[in-house]
Design a protein around this ligand. Structure first.
Ligand code: BTN
Length: 277
């Protein structure tokens, strides 16, 4: 479904799909565009659309999600506030599992490139695919990603969900958020960001990166990394946290950590945080 002729107005916040389209330079990413003022989760719409044969690159954007999902079953608070909550459907060849891997790195790198292009230079990737901003030697999360694999009768689809804090003042969430307060591009720049341009920039960067080899995308990804060389805490499920130093990446993009007890390990899905003391 292409909705480019529409101009969306939602509680004073509008998404101008025409301006987005004008800035879009891609062949397939974001070309097919579905917009919802409110939905449970763009991941659910993406799943339905995947089964109904949506074209690769289809992008579903919502102004607000009532059941936004984060990684590891966490909630992703998705209020109306001028952020970007979207899912891109990417059809992948099941015979080429490395394509999925490349997508992981390319998506995070594309977000960093777009944020830096908006003027937030100190934007980095925290493995595996969080995007954080560095301010005065501390880091705050600005974007999270989650990729659902959806198997259809014909193929496999990687549905890439992105929650990027753009124009919401995250400091107002202080009372409601436990732990680190996330940031937004607005909080960093102290001015509003053009969401239409930003979304188009993300799509443009993602398509360019997907056209490159896994090795070169991984190089770009590593160039944005914030963990290597840092003392880290690694948590796996309900196990006790372990301490060590992030040493680098394997050729498949797994983070290698040397623990304080001497063990060196490639991480797969563990939680990693930077140790400040
Ligand atoms: C994370 O835990 O860091 C990942 C957050 C992913 C949130 C996005 S918002 C758009 C899409 N729809 C969802 O329900 N989740 C993803």
């Amino acid at each position: 479904m292409n909705n480019f002729s529409q101009y969306y107005i939602t509680s004073g916040i509008h998404f101008d799909a025409k301006r987005y389209q004008t800035a879009l330079k891609t062949k397939y990413i974001g070309r097919s565009f579905i917009y919802r003022e409110e939905t449970e989760s763009t991941m659910n719409i993406a799943q339905r659309e995947t089964h109904e044969g949506a074209a690769t690159g289809t992008l579903i954007l919502a102004e607000r999600q009532t059941s936004g999902r984060g990684r590891k079953g966490r909630e992703w608070v998705s209020e109306t506030g001028g952020n970007l909550y979207f899912t891109i459907i990417i059809r992948v060849n099941p015979q080429e599992p490395l394509h999925l891997l490349k997508l992981n790195f390319a998506l995070a790198a594309a977000i960093v490139q777009a944020c830096r292009d908006e003027g937030v230079q100190e934007t980095y990737i925290k493995w595996p695919n969080d995007v954080w901003v560095k301010t005065n030697n501390s880091y705050s999360k600005v974007c999270g990603m989650l990729i659902d694999s959806v198997q259809t009768q014909e193929d496999l689809s990687a549905n890439c969900g992105v929650g990027l804090n753009v124009n919401q003042d995250m400091t107002k969430l202080k009372e409601r958020i436990v732990g680190n307060i996330p940031t937004s591009l607005y909080n960093e720049l102290r001015s509003k960001v053009d969401r239409e341009q930003l979304l188009a920039k993300i799509c443009n960067a993602l398509e360019t990166l997907l056209g490159e080899s896994l090795e070169s995308v991984l190089e770009v990804y590593k160039g944005y990394d914030i963990l290597v060389g840092k003392q880290v805490t690694v948590t796996s499920g309900t196990n006790e946290p372990r301490f060590g130093k992030a040493k680098g990446y394997s050729k498949f993009g797994n983070l290698i950590v040397k623990f304080d007890d001497g063990e060196e390990k490639e991480l797969l899905a563990e939680e990693v945080s930077i140790r400040t003391v």
